[in-house]
Design a protein around this ligand. Structure first.
Ligand code: NOJ
Ligand code: CA
Length: 674
């Protein structure tokens, strides 16, 4: 009886009808977003495309640790609109110019209770995607906001297939992608990419993850996903002082899989560059390094008879780099602290003390005399307390020596980051929690002040912050080449065709391709040489490694020529074909010449792809330098069968690419023909 009365009371107390939602369409009218509150005053939004629902009404809000939740009893107090259509220039990238064209809707919500708290929802609607964020204004909120959970939902209107990796697992973001019905997703990391039954491609992610914790997506059933923020050791998942804005929650939406790749939503939602003159001190480059030998266990990071970072060995790499046009030489294992237990605690790492058999001063001089730069390495083992205590002097040392790029590393299991808390004690944190969002930006900013570029491994996810801080040039954040050395299992042939449409939507990856030997540590690499070359075009990064041992390049001079020729900075990028997890062909135009490059990769299935060369400038003749799988090529033991040939082509030609099982094809189109 009392329950019935209560229900009646709730029913009477809530307005019978919600006010009409406020809507905003994208500039070309493709997407429409509706924002409003339902009958209980719960904020919600929905998305439709060309009149068909894509995202059904989905809730918005927050649980707080020290105040009533922000989730119901709201009314729309105000709304405002604005439109932007601008084009901005990247310092380097997949394309030089980026168009930023959207309609924005700002909805101010106000609680109807005596709390009268306000929350702004800001939606930016593009023809190929939607971004929205929450803004906490000062009014009505106490300045300190402690978020227990974000209640953002994404309710897919249609059944779909999903490509995803699990969140909160011990090996962080280094998992093979699952391809499952949407209904079988558990808790996924982002980007999570789906293809709906009607063929729409949607990638869920976030942009501008600043001073907040990373978002994961939990399957709540019936196509509905809810944000799950990464935990923090001090209770609330996010602690902030109002006013502040959350990261953007993003949905890239396209007819084709390739439409996700050429989408600029994530970059556009980030703030403009804070380093407008960066091209004066950094330009994209390729590098070799003392690295693969350690993963093969031929050399060691730590001191001893097989120590890799010796003065003599590094000189060999510098000579090789100079002779073959590589700007960078990465050296790992150069500094004290690589004891047997380094990954368990990381507390012995010194970032200023080289091992005695590594003459850093002499090597830096030797490199610079040959136009080569050493690339620094700061493996922290996740002990950021130890790293931050040395950060200034560590970067000063590099600056003094002309070492203008550093690879950082955070090898630690989930929840294994060691950070210094406000209480002066060590706290254990997650790689994608708020503490790490702050840490990475701190390193990037300290490095920028010294004109040093940063490339973190075991990083926080990429959310497009390279637009604001372009010295954050690349990162790892997925299974890279190293898994082919020792991974159980190694990367299967479909891996890169998954990465392109998932992880790579977030931003550049330091994948470290180019292992022409096709040999891991006692296990074959499931690839072909032609595919190793194609990866230089397919996987974008402004810094790209030629990962193999230099003696293996010396032994394979003909395919190595492509690695020497391929640039790492592009004027334009086109996806010519592709299906997630199956195959993809990408064409990119060099930023510094009229040349084009093409890379195609396939999964375990061989296939033929007809590729019209319409992207080339009409009327021009190009010399197509083709690196393709030979007739017996196969990732199961015949990866070195490669055919290298040249022919003249024009924009009117159609090339048929024949990819071997697990194979690929790389082409350099040299403008000007004969
Ligand atoms: C993992 C990184 O991905 C790899 O590139 C590096 O060599 C090791 N950590 C050691 O720092
Ligand atoms: Ca496949």
């Amino acid at each position: 009886m009392t329950r019935l009365l209560l229900l009646l009371a709730i029913f009477v107390a809530s307005p019978a009808l919600a006010a009409d939602p406020v809507t905003v369409a994208s500039p070309g009218g493709t997407l429409t977003v509706a924002v409003g509150v339902n009958g209980e005053g719960r904020p919600e939004y929905s998305v439709s495309r060309l009149g068909r629902p894509v995202i059904l009404p989905s809730r918005l809000g927050f649980l707080l640790t020290d105040a009533p939740k922000l989730e119901r009893n709201f009314a729309v107090a105000a709304s405002a609109r604005r439109s932007v259509d601008e084009t901005w220039e990247q310092p380097w990238g997949e394309r030089r110019f980026v168009r930023n064209r959207f309609n924005e809707l700002r909805v101010t919500l106000e609680e109807k209770s005596e709390l009268r708290r306000r929350l702004d929802l800001v939606f930016r609607v593009y023809d190929d995607g939607v971004g929205f964020r929450y803004e906490f204004p000062l009014r009505g909120t106490s300045a300190g906001v402690r978020i227990a959970e974000e209640l953002t939902e994404f309710a897919l209107a249609e059944p779909a297939t999903a490509w995803w990796i699990p969140a909160f697992q011990w090996n962080r973001e280094e998992y093979l992608y699952n391809r499952t019905p949407l209904s079988e997703v558990g808790i996924a990391q982002t980007p999570m990419t789906v293809r709906t039954e009607s063929g729409l491609h949607i990638a869920f992610h976030e942009a501008a993850l600043v001073d907040y914790s990373g978002m994961n997506l939990q399957n709540e059933g019936h196509g509905r996903f809810r944000a799950v923020l990464t935990p923090s050791s001090d209770g609330p998942k996010v602690s902030r002082t109002a006013p502040f804005a959350t990261p953007w929650r993003t949905m890239q939406i396209a007819d084709t899989a390739g439409g996700l790749v050429t989408n600029n939503l994530i970059l556009n939602l980030n703030e403009p560059s804070r380093l407008p003159d960066i091209r004066r001190w950094f330009t994209p480059f390729k590098y070799v390094g003392v690295w693969w030998a350690m993963h093969l266990d031929k050399e060691t990071w730590g001191p001893g008879p097989r120590h890799g970072a010796t003065t003599a060995n590094v000189k060999r790499y510098i000579d090789f780099a100079a002779a073959n046009g590589f700007r960078g030489v990465l050296v790992e294992g150069w500094n004290e602290g690589w004891n047997d237990d380094w990954f368990a605690n990381g507390r012995d790492f010194s970032f200023t003390k080289p091992y005695p058999d590594f003459d850093i001063e002499a090597l830096a001089r030797y490199a610079r005399a040959k136009g080569v730069h050493l690339i620094g390495h700061h493996e922290t083992a996740g002990n950021i307390a130890n790293y931050e205590a040395q950060l200034g002097p560590a970067l000063d040392l590099y600056k003094r020596l002309g070492i203008d790029a550093v690879k950082t590393g955070y090898v630690a299991d989930m929840g294994g980051i060691q950070a210094l808390g406000a209480d002066g004690r060590i706290h254990f944190e997650w790689h994608e929690g708020q503490v790490m969002a702050r840490h990475h930006l701190k390193v990037v900013q300290e490095a920028a002040a010294r004109h040093i570029a940063v490339n973190p491994h075991e990083p926080i996810k990429d959310t497009g912050l390279r637009r604001t801080w372009p010295n954050w040039v690349a990162r790892e954040g997925a299974r890279g080449m190293e898994f082919n050395a020792w991974g159980q299992p190694p990367n299967p042939p479909e891996h890169e065709t998954n990465l392109v449409f998932t992880r790579m939507l977030a931003g550049p990856m330091d994948f470290t391709p180019g292992v022409l030997s096709l040999e891991g540590r006692g296990q074959p690499i499931q690839s072909t040489q032609a595919k190793q070359l194609a990866l230089y075009v397919v996987i974008y990064s402004p810094i790209v490694m030629a990962a193999d041992l230099i003696e293996n390049y010396a032994a394979n001079p003909r395919p190595f020529q492509f690695i020497k020729d391929v640039p790492t900075d592009w004027a334009e990028t086109l996806v010519l074909n592709g299906e997630i997890g199956d195959y993809v062909t990408i064409a990119r135009k060099d930023r510094n010449s009229e040349n084009w490059y093409l890379g195609a990769v396939t999964d375990e299935n061989g296939r033929s792809l007809a590729v019209p060369l319409a992207f080339l400038t009409a009327g021009k003749t190009y010399r197509a330098q083709i690196y393709r799988d030979g007739p017996t090529a196969d990732y199961r033991g015949h990866g070195k069968d490669i055919v290298i040939e040249e022919r003249l082509v024009t924009a009117a030609d159609v090339l048929t690419l024949t990819l071997a099982p697990g194979g690929g094809e790389a082409i350099r189109f040299v403008a000007g023909g004969r």
